[in-house]
Design a protein around this ligand. Sequence first.
Ligand SMILES: Nc1nc(=O)[nH]c2c1ncn2[C@H]1C[C@H](O)[C@@H](COP(=O)(O)OP(=O)(O)O)O1
Length: 216
Amino acid sequence: MSNAGEQKATTIPHVVSEEVVAAGKWVKLEKTTYVDPSGSTRIWETVKRTTRQGNSDGVGIFALLKRTLHKDCVVLVKQFRPPMGCYTLEFPAGLMDENETAEVAALRELKEETGYQGEVVAVTPVTCLDPGLSNCSTNIVVVNINGDDPVNIHPTQQLGDGEFVDVILLPLNEFQTRIDDLLKKENLVVDSKVYIYAMGMVQALAKPNELPVLKQ
Ligand SMILES: Nc1nc(=O)[nH]c2c1ncn2[C@H]1C[C@H](O)[C@@H](COP(=O)(O)OP(=O)(O)O)O1
């Protein structure tokens, strides 16, 4: 498939230089000079976090709460997000501390934000979050929580100053419809990772073996 603009891609695109235009405590704005696939030099406006240690800014946590005689539930968090100016529905998440692995950061953030203690079952590669705007990247960590374990019967959050997080448990087998119900009831914006996971589940479970019908 060719580019919409029909320009020939003959150059390996690359970044030439990065100039900080403005910086705050948590984020900075840079002018990124780069060479595009046609060999032209261009400028891009880029946002970066100032807190990044390695090649990932933080972790997102797909945590599944498993309890006897209950449906498995996905652990979500609802909080007021100033950049959005409203409440959001997200997977628990957080920035990685210095020298912290994704696994350690995920279990720490899960405990802080939700009170639950879990065990890591998988970690994704580094994934980008909004690559047209920012280099912000995250590892998604899959965590199982044994809800029958006494440490998880009355989970207690450990929130920092300025953190106000509501924990929301939604059954995995009704994930998308339960999110849709919440969105109808409350003035919330759902994180795209959460919603695409829910849509993926519906697609995966709906007639997975059906073949396309051949048209005459
Ligand atoms: N862009 C930010 N602006 C801020 O004014 N403060 C910020 C930004 N990003 C992070 N933080 C501060 C706010 C809290 O003190 C911590 C919380 O971060 P963490 O829990 O690790 O991550 P999130 O849950 O994604 O906020 O960082």
